[in-house]
Design a protein. Structure first.
Length: 86
């Protein structure tokens, strides 16, 4: 979802800056414009399903020119977006 939020943010500002991710799963989801989550929907996580649905809707209704690139962790170290949590 963070990638979609980033793309929407950049689109609002007419920016074509690239976005990096270290997640192959996120890249696949972005290409497919749909998640493959097998998480069961419960009352406790219903808000997450709403957020995912909004992100998928944005992807189906919008285009973007930004490149979404794979972060090369081996060469560049941990991606700064992880904020030291790994």
């Amino acid at each position: 979802m963070a990638l979609v939020h980033g793309l929407a943010f950049l689109k609002q500002r007419n920016s074509e800056l690239p976005i990096y991710t270290d997640s192959k799963t996120a890249l696949a989801w972005l290409r497919a414009k749909k998640t493959k989550s097998q998480l069961e929907k419960t009352p406790e996580n219903a808000i997450l399903f709403e957020l995912v649905a909004r992100a998928e809707k944005w992807l189906s209704e919008n285009t973007y020119n930004n490149k979404v690139l794979k972060w090369n962790t081996e060469l560049w170290g941990e991606i700064p977006a992880d904020f030291g949590r790994k």
